[in-house]
Design a protein around this ligand. Structure first.
Ligand SMILES: [Fe+2]
Length: 201
C-alpha cells in the first residue's frame, strides 16, 4: 500500500548520491565501479518530479505540538542529529511558511503519549528551508528506525509521511520502509537532510 515505484526510488538514490558528490571529501568515500559512467544529477523536483510519498500517521501523533526547532532537551539520552532540508513544489519553487511537524520515539523507542517530548513544529523560511535539532530515534518492536512528519503549505493539504535512515538493518524487514524516504545522512555526520516535494503551485 505504501510501496514506492522503482523509478521514484532510483530518483531518490540518485538525489542522495548527487548531494554527497557535491562534497569533495564525501565524494572520495563513495564506492567506485570500474566502468561506471558518472551519474548525472537528478533533480528532486522538475519536469518529471513525483511528490514526496505519503505514509500512515501511526498511533502516536498529537496535535498542537510546540513551535520549536530544538527537540533535544538538555541531558536527554540519544545521539544528537540535525534534520534539515527544504519544502519545494514539483516545479522546484521553494514553499515559504510551510508547516513542518516532527514527532518521533526517544532513544529507547518510546513515544511521549502524555506530553510534548520529541515533538515540535517549525515554519520554512523564504527559501523553503526548515531545520530541527533532535536525536536519532530509538527502535521499537515491529518497525525500523524512523521519523514521523506532517508538512503543510500555507492553506494547503497536509502531507503525512515518515522518513528513514540509511544503513539501518531493520529497513529490509519493515514493509513501510521506502528508499525514496531515506534521509541523506553521510556516515559519521551529525546532520541529515531531506527535501519534501509537494504537489502544489
Ligand atoms: Fe513510529
Amino acid at each position: 500500500m505504501f510501496e514506492t515505484p522503482p523509478s521514484r526510488s532510483r530518483r531518490g538514490a540518485l538525489r542522495t548520491l548527487a548531494r554527497f558528490a557535491a562534497l569533495p571529501t564525501l565524494a572520495a568515500a563513495l564506492p567506485r565501479w570500474p566502468h561506471a559512467q558518472p551519474l548525472a544529477p537528478t533533480p528532486a523536483c522538475g519536469a518529471d518530479a513525483a511528490p514526496t510519498a505519503a505514509q500512515m500517521e501511526g498511533p502516536y501523533f498529537r496535535p498542537r505540538s510546540p513551535q520549536r526547532a530544538s527537540l533535544a532537551e538538555p541531558g536527554a539520552a540519544g545521539e544528537r542529529l540535525t534534520l534539515t532540508g527544504r519544502v519545494l513544489t514539483t516545479q522546484c519553487v521553494p514553499v515559504a511558511r510551510a508547516l513542518v511537524d516532527l514527532w518521533h520515539a526517544d532513544a529507547h523507542g518510546r513515544y511521549d503519549v502524555d506530553g510534548e517530548r520529541w515533538r515540535g513544529h517549525v515554519y520554512t523560511d523564504a527559501q523553503g528551508r526548515y531545520r530541527f535539532t533532535t536525536i536519532v530515534p530509538g527502535l521499537y518492536p515491529g518497525r525500523t528506525r524512523h521519523f514521523h512528519l506532517k508538512v503543510q503549505p500555507p492553506g494547503g493539504r497536509v502531507l503525512t509521511t515518515q522518513l528513514y535512515f540509511p544503513r539501518e538493518p531493520g529497513n529490509l524487514r519493515d514493509g513501510l520502509h521506502a528508499w525514496a524516504l531515506e534521509v541523506a545522512w553521510p556516515r559519521g555526520a551529525d546532520s541529515a537532510a531531506f527535501d519534501f516535494v509537494l504537489a502544489v503551485g
